[in-house]
Design a protein around this ligand. Structure first.
Ligand SMILES: [Zn+2]
Length: 234
C-alpha cells in the first residue's frame, strides 16, 4: 500500500474539508450533504416532512396527538445511518448532530407543515450519561435545527431524573414499560401557547417521544410536532 504523505492529506482537506458523517470520506466544502455519494446510495431519506400522514404519525396515532412529524432517514442495522449515529453518540463528535440538524432544518424551513413552529425542545439525556459523554447528542441535533430554522432551543424544559435504586433493579421489560416515568416537566414559562418541535435522535417504538410529548401537552395551548434523525422501520 503506498504511503500517503501528510502534506497531501492537508492539501486534500483544504479543498475537501468536510467528512462524510459515516465513513469519513472527504467531501467538497461546497457540499451541503452529510453523507458521501457512496453512503447516500445505501440510505433512504424518509421525506416525511412533505406529508402530514406518514410512518411516524401512524405509529403515534392514539398515543400522542401531533401536528406533523419529520425524520431524515430510515434506520438500517449496520448501514451508514447507524454508523453516523454511533460516531455522534460514542466518538465525541457532536458536530455530526449539528450538521444533520441543519440538513433537516433546511427541509423543514421549506415545508408549509412546519411554518408555525415557535421553539425546539430536545429529549434530555440522563445526567450521568451527559456528564460522561460531555454533551447530549439530541441537543447537538436541536442546535443544528435551530440554526436553520432561526428558532430558540429550550434545553431546560424537560429533565431526566436520576435512576433510583429500585429503578435500576427493575426487570428490563418493566423498565422499558416505565420509560416515560423518568422524565419530568421542569420549566414551563416559555412554552405556554407555543407550537413545539420535540426532537430526539432515533424513533423506534416512540415510547420516549410519546411520554415527553404528553408532558408538554399538559401546558395550556401547546401543540407538538416531531423531528428525529432516524426512524426504525416498522
Ligand atoms: Zn460515506
Amino acid at each position: 500500500m503506498p504511503i500517503i504523505p501528510s502534506w497531501w492529506n492537508a492539501l486534500v482537506h483544504l479543498f475537501y474539508p468536510q467528512l462524510c458523517v459515516a465513513c469519513d470520506a472527504a467531501m467538497p466544502s461546497s457540499s451541503r450533504q452529510c453523507f458521501c455519494f457512496s453512503c447516500r446510495s445505501k440510505i433512504e431519506p424518509t421525506t416525511f416532512h412533505e406529508s402530514k400522514e406518514n410512518d411516524i404519525s401512524e405509529r403515534l396515532w392514539g398515543r400522542l396527538p401531533i401536528e406533523s412529524a419529520a425524520a431524515l432517514y430510515y434506520f438500517d442495522k449496520k448501514g451508514p445511518v447507524q454508523l453516523a449515529l454511533h460516531h455522534l453518540k460514542y466518538k465525541n463528535q457532536p458536530d455530526i448532530g449539528k450538521r444533520l440538524g441543519r440538513l433537516l432544518g433546511t427541509q423543514l424551513y421549506s415545508s408549509p407543515l412546519f411554518k408555525d413552529i415557535n421553539c425546539i425542545v430536545p429529549v434530555p439525556l440522563h445526567p450521568k450519561k451527559e456528564r460522561k459523554r460531555g454533551y447530549n447528542q439530541t441537543m447537538a441535533f436541536a442546535l443544528g435545527l435551530a440554526d436553520a430554522l432561526q428558532l430558540p432551543v429550550y434545553g431546560n424544559t424537560l429533565a431526566r431524573q436520576q435512576d433510583t435504586v429500585s429503578q435500576t433493579n427493575k426487570h428490563r421489560m418493566e423498565r422499558f414499560q416505565n420509560v416515560g416515568q423518568v422524565f419530568i416537566l421542569k420549566q414551563t414559562k416559555n412554552i405556554a401557547g407555543k407550537h413545539i418541535l420535540l426532537v430526539d435522535d432515533v424513533l423506534t417504538t416512540g415510547a420516549t417521544l410519546e411520554f415527553c410529548g404528553n408532558l408538554l401537552l399538559s401546558v395550556p395551548g401547546v401543540k407538538i410536532s416531531i423531528a428525529t434523525i432516524a426512524v426504525a422501520r416498522n
